[in-house]
Design a binder for this molecule. Structure first.
Ligand code: PMT
Length: 399
């Protein structure tokens, strides 16, 4: 594979020479790109000698006028090691003042970041907020190790070992194409069930979990159909977005597109009840109390479960108690292959939050807890397990 190695200006820059050598040994093509600060610690010649290619450093070199665009297009993965606090801040905020940061904006493939810095700089809320932004963007952060640092302090901040960074690169390269040829149908967000022309019942779903799933599947090469309730999120890149409002509309759009899909992931928080006959006019505040009889909405997941065929079906369960028990009950009753159970009701995970903490319940009886992480990371872990399940089912039934 063709790997871009971005080198930031930190004392750990010398270790990225070791990373370059390791990647070359693994038969990758490596193109080094250095910031001005990196060149204070190690010379471009070192990387040129190790990679057999001229190291890129200057955005304004005549022959390199639009080189950052062509270089971006020609490579499969960008790794930045060491990623300094300054570089992380520039990448998070889209600042493009040199070759590496401009290249980053022009690059559409997977990005791996290996931070290295002083412990206080690492723990600073600004650094952590910038890293959170980059993780949410789907980039892989290889956390620094802990130990004695060049600044004389002890704690987290030491660049991860080249072997650890190379292993993360290998996993991201696999993920880049492992859903190629698949069509993934994802549902996201809440539904809105009208009570009259101006009022509706809904729930706290922001759509973040479903959009993260759609984005992850598209980044891994799948064709993605995203059926979304009303949310305030931008459509993910390379995803076909179908916007709906009610549970019934969601059911109809999902059923229309079901024949296309080999994998269905139902992250939407669909309303369970609706008013079947919605009044034409706004309900007036004439009585002290208004009663309305609500009917059940169609259970989309259960219907897909009945018509599943050889599709792989992943449901979600949002629970406030008895997470595993309720999750298992839904897994069975809705004929899912996997159910993603998450506790909701608190403020830190589940609804609206950028993070989630879930347990993957598999048909085989296995439970896989996923520790709290950005929803984009959780999405990738879900697809890792979906692919394993697919392999196991192929082996078992030729599915
Ligand atoms: O959108 P976010 O703010 O990021 O929050 C994410 C989330 C909490 C909404 C998400 O992680 C989640 O848990 N989604 C499922 C929420 C839910 O509706 O759970 P449930 O236990 O009520 O439903 C179980 C399953 O049946 C879900 O897959 C749901 O999509 C499906 N369902 C439910 C009712 C219905 N009428 N039709 C359905 O298909």
């Amino acid at each position: 594979m063709r790997i871009l190695l971005g080198v930031g200006g930190g004392i750990a820059a010398y270790k990225s020479a070791e990373l370059a050598r390791l990647l070359m040994e693994q038969e990758h093509t490596v193109q080094a790109v250095m910031t001005a600060a990196a060149q204070k610690f190690i010379t471009p010649l070192t990387f040129a000698a190790l990679t057999g290619r001229k190291t890129l450093t200057d955005l304004f070199a005549i022959e390199a006028a639009i080189e950052h665009i062509s270089v971006a297009q020609e490579h499969d993965l960008l790794v930045v090691a060491p990623a300094t606090a300054d570089l992380i801040g520039q990448l998070a905020n889209g600042l493009a003042g040199d070759f590496l940061t401009t290249l980053y904006l022009a690059f559409t493939g997977p990005v791996v970041l290996a931070p290295a810095m002083n412990v206080n700089m690492w723990q600073h809320p600004a650094t952590q907020a910038n890293l959170e932004t980059l993780r949410r963007r789907g980039h892989r952060v290889v956390d620094p190790g802990s130990g004695y640092l060049a600044c004389g302090m002890t704690g987290p901040g030491r660049l991860a070992d080249p072997e650890t960074i190379a292993a993360a690169i290998a996993q991201e390269l696999r993920r880049r194409t492992d859903l190629e040829g698949e069509t993934v149908l994802v549902t996201a967000g809440p539904t809105e069930e009208p009570l009259d022309p101006v009022r509706f019942i809904s729930n706290r779903s922001s759509g973040k979990m479903g959009y993260a799933l759609a984005e992850a599947a598209a980044a891994r090469g799948a064709r993605v159909i995203l059926v979304s309730g009303p949310v305030h999120l931008a459509a993910p890149r390379n995803v076909e977005l179908i916007q709906v409002r009610t549970a019934l509309e969601m059911r109809n759009r999902v059923m229309e597109r079901l024949p296309d899909a080999g994998i269905v992931v139902k992250a939407a928080a669909v309303a369970d009840f609706h008013l079947s006959k919605v009044p034409d006019q706004k309900v007036k505040k004439t009585a002290a109390r208004v009663s309305m009889e609500l009917d059940p909405t169609p259970d989309i997941l259960a219907e897909i479960g009945r018509k599943k065929g050889d599709r792989l079906l992943v449901g979600f369960a949002a629970e406030t108690q008895n997470l595993i028990q309720e999750g298992r009950r839904k897994l069975e009753s809705k004929n899912c292959d996997m159910l993603v159970a998450n506790l909701v009701g608190g403020s830190e995970v589940g609804f609206e939050s950028d993070q989630n903490e879930v347990v993957l319940l598999l048909r085989t009886g296995e439970s896989i807890p996923l520790a709290r992480a950005p929803k984009r990371e959780i999405a990738d872990r879900i697809f890792d397990e979906v692919l394993k399940l697919r392999l196991a089912l192929h082996a078992e039934h030729g599915r």
